[in-house]
Design a protein around this ligand. Structure first.
Ligand SMILES: Nc1ncnc2c1ncn2[C@@H]1O[C@H](COP(=O)(O)OP(=O)(O)OP(=O)(O)O)[C@@H](O)[C@H]1O
Length: 285
């Protein structure tokens, strides 16, 4: 696989506070990486470094470019969305298309227009007359029509309703994603993106706690539904969390043998959200 992005020893401080510590990550073509962490973990700072928006220590390579020194060239192949529901309100839709065509060499106006033709968005109207969902569709049409190799999404669906969020990720897969591209997405709604992620990196306090292929991560953990009569015995196996719900306690285990768990309850594969909570708990202990 082709390496598109690599971060090595990436470190960032604001005054005396270190907000990123020795981040090492690579993103290959075909990967959709979820950068997941609690508030203030350093996700946005990490993306800002990749986009060449801030200074940092360490090494960073994006498509062979140094984002600090070659930002202009790099941005021809990199697209970025921070918030899909925001575009300048005073602009007309057709002006937004013309603007994008003017600033972005790899913007394909025909592709954006054919995407918009599938929506109710008219070219003559001002953005302020569009609903939030329609602004999202327009934003997507503008971004997905850029033939970018790297797409960076920072909490892209914040404030959107469930249907619009789902629609956003569906379009992302259908209209942008290809094997030669990569996507990095940060979100707090991990359950909504986990089906599209190929890889995940958990970050906290500026440090990567774990980064791996999603299937690998899932195969490392087991979720066990434990009835009360086996609770004490299950606790001796040191679950990463225990969550009581309607007569059963859901427990997350790491690297346990099936024979150890089977007598104690029903085993299922945990969601990434479960694993995230477990990893955060483990680090806090
Ligand atoms: N310009 C800045 N000056 C000083 N500190 C900053 C600046 N930008 C970010 N920070 C600090 O860096 C840390 C990481 O912030 P960052 O925005 O990267 O976190 P995040 O993981 O994106 O959080 P959230 O999920 O809440 O958006 C925080 O403690 C934040 O206060």
């Amino acid at each position: 696989m082709t390496k598109l992005i690599s971060l090595s020893g990436l470190t960032k401080s604001y005054k005396n506070k270190q907000v990123l510590s020795d981040i090492n990550l690579t993103v290959q073509a075909g990967q959709i990486l979820g950068l997941v962490g609690p508030n203030g973990a350093g996700k946005t700072t990490c993306l800002q470094a990749i986009l060449g928006l801030i200074d940092f220590d360490g090494r960073l390579d994006v498509l062979g470019y140094n984002p600090k020194k070659q930002r202009r060239d790099m941005l021809e192949d990199v697209a970025y969305i921070a918030d899909v529901a925001v575009l300048p309100k005073w602009l007309k839709v057709e002006q937004a298309l013309t603007y994008m065509a003017g600033i972005h060499k790899n913007f394909n106006r025909k592709k954006a227009e054919s995407f918009l033709a599938k929506t109710n968005i008219e070219h003559k109207v001002k953005i302020k007359t569009l609903s939030k969902g329609m602004v999202t569709q327009l934003h997507l049409a503008l971004i997905l029509a850029i033939d970018a190799k790297v797409l960076i999404l920072d909490e892209p669906t914040l404030g959107l309703d469930l249907l619009t969020r789902r629609q956003f990720y569906r379009h992302l897969l259908e209209d942008f994603y290809q094997e030669d591209k990569c996507i990095i997405v940060t979100t707090h709604q991990i359950e909504e993106v986990e089906h599209i992620l190929t890889d995940v990196a958990f970050i906290r306090d500026g440090k990567i706690l774990m980064s791996a292929d999603v299937d690998d991560i899932r195969s490392r953990y087991q979720l066990l539904a434990v009835p009360d009569k086996h609770l004490e015995q299950a606790k001796t196996l040191k679950p990463l969390f225990a969550n009581p719900l309607m007569g059963l306690t859901s427990m997350l285990f790491e690297h346990k043998k099936k024979d150890e768990l089977t007598p104690l309850g029903n085993i299922t594969t945990p969601s990434l959200a479960d694993i995230f909570v477990g990893v955060m708990n483990k680090e806090a202990c």
